[in-house]
Design a protein around this ligand. Structure first.
Ligand code: SAH
Length: 471
């Protein structure tokens, strides 16, 4: 089946010319953003006045950002907004609230007003590296649709589609499977108006004048709808969900073990008017999720824990996905950088392909965190007994088992030298590991393979059996 799909995959996307920009969000180790800036121990402690109560904020062993990252720059609207939340709340906010504001604040969030991807942007993702990525996801969706008994109507949902490149490559690649493409209703869950516009453009959407407001992608003749959340996507129809580099953008709470027990790391404004991290003096509401996550950890994992990072939003989103798949049929594919283990402290900030301080100039850098795959698995299994969870496996194994080697060979038959070089570099970046051995360009642009740092996991309705390539 896979071989048949690969030979029929259409490839009209022009191969990108030149070597792709190289900095993916997983280019360094999960802890590199902190370890690259040493954490001098501090014995400072501060008292914060809350209405009706006084809390003592322990600043010991917290990260003090390096001086260079806090050169005085004019305060942006987002900085003023964050400071006003802290001021009127009467105390620090969680790292999760900070992250959410920084990324998706409607006026000034990182994703909201511009294209952040590629050489001119801040980082590169797999669909932007090579057309083969979206094509392989297309193979995965057609296989699952076959296992679902070829339903006549399917909701194909993508969470956080970025530029829309993955979906465009998927539709182009599967265009020969008419029964599949004719069954599709595409639903894009995207919070950014700027990126929604780009997706509309890249999917070559046109407004269908025969029925008011309906938007059709001319790539496959399928209707396309946009939503701010998954809950808004109509249910009751078999559903295929793709989440590529979406979970890493969901807010995380960070906890640290202290003499008082587990304290939540919070973002505060210091006397010098700069943002800084502090520890909560007592348990916070997110501690409930911390307890839940720790209960899923192995005893060996629990023993070693000093720091824990959790994403309640990811857990809730997974439950919504699992319930939908459990009742409507279908499945979800999650690909992201992360670990098959509890995460300790991975939040990182990237601006213009470089790691920067998390608290520096919020809104101008991407914030992302490693995805906790076991917590996705447990959340899905808890939400619905009708779903099964498969993986994670490495991106390299996933793409390799789906046949990316055959695909690259087929594409290499029909391209010029420059395109062949770009294809090989892209292929290596998707499935390779570490620094590219063949690289002869400038050091700072050495491609870093995403093959083992990115993991793939599937959640499917049990009626569908085991999805490819997890058998
Ligand atoms: N999947 C794309 C883009 C990944 S970046 C790719 O691989 O290239 C994350 C994407 O998720 C962006 O499109 C961003 O605007 C969107 N996003 C981030 N947080 C979101 C949220 N809370 N709700 C909806 N979309 C979100």
């Amino acid at each position: 089946m896979l071989r048949k799909l690969l030979t029929q995959t259409s490839s009209r996307r022009l191969l990108s010319s030149g070597i792709p920009p190289l900095f993916s969000k997983s280019s360094l180790s999960p802890f590199s953003s902190l370890s690259s800036s040493p954490e001098p121990p501090s014995s400072e402690s501060t008292t914060v006045e809350h209405p009706g109560t006084t809390i003592s904020v322990d600043r010991s062993s917290l990260y003090t950002p390096p001086d260079h990252s806090h050169e005085s720059t004019p305060e942006t609207e987002l900085v003023k907004h964050l400071k006003s939340i802290i001021k009127f709340r009467g105390g620090p906010i969680s790292v999760a609230e900070y992250m959410e504001e920084v990324l998706t604040n409607p006026k000034a969030g990182f994703y909201m007003n511009r294209d952040v991807f590629g050489a001119q942007g801040d980082f590169i993702t797999s669909p932007e590296v090579s057309q083969m990525f979206g094509e392989m996801i297309g193979v995965w969706t057609v296989c699952l649709w076959e296992q679902m008994g070829r339903p006549e109507r399917v909701n194909l949902v993508e969470l956080g589609p970025g530029r829309g490149t993955l979906m465009a490559d998927l539709l182009r690649g599967t265009s020969k499977f008419r029964n599949f493409t004719e069954s599709l209703h595409i639903h894009l869950v995207e919070c950014s108006p700027a990126l929604q516009k780009l997706q509309h453009q890249n999917l070559k959407c046109t407004d269908d004048i025969s029925s008011e407001k309906k938007v059709i992608s001319s790539l496959a003749g399928t209707p396309v709808h946009w939503h701010a959340t998954l809950e808004e996507v109509p249910s009751g129809v078999p559903t295929l969900i793709i989440a590529h580099e979406f979970y890493d953008a969901l807010p995380v709470h960070q906890f640290q073990k202290s003499s008082r027990g587990w304290c939540e790391k919070m973002v505060d404004v210091g006397e010098d008017s700069k943002f800084r991290f502090v520890l909560s003096p007592q348990p916070t509401p997110a501690a409930l999720y911390l307890m839940k996550r720790c209960a899923w950890a192995t005893p060996e994992e629990r023993e070693k824990l000093e720091h824990v990072e959790i994403s309640p939003k990811s857990m809730d989103l997974t439950q919504e996905m699992a319930k939908r798949i459990g009742s409507d049929g279908g499945g979800a594919l999650i690909i992201d950088y992360g670990m098959n283990a509890i995460i300790s402290d991975s939040l990182q900030a990237i601006r213009k392909h470089k790691f920067v301080n998390i608290l520096d100039d919020p809104g101008s850098a991407d914030l992302s965190a490693y995805v906790d795959f076991p917590s996705i698995k447990h959340s899905a299994e808890e939400a619905s007994e009708n779903v099964s969870v498969h993986g994670p496996m490495t991106q390299s194994q996933f793409l390799g088992s789906l046949g990316i080697n055959f695909r690259v060979d087929a594409l290499l038959q029909n391209c010029n030298d420059e395109q062949a070089e770009s294809l090989r570099a892209g292929y290596w970046q998707l499935v390779g590991d570490g620094e590219a051995p063949f690289w002869e360009g400038p050091d700072e642009q050495t491609p870093i393979g995403m093959g083992t740092r990115y993991l793939a996991m599937a959640i499917v309705n049990k009626n569908q059996g085991i999805p490819a390539p997890f058998q």
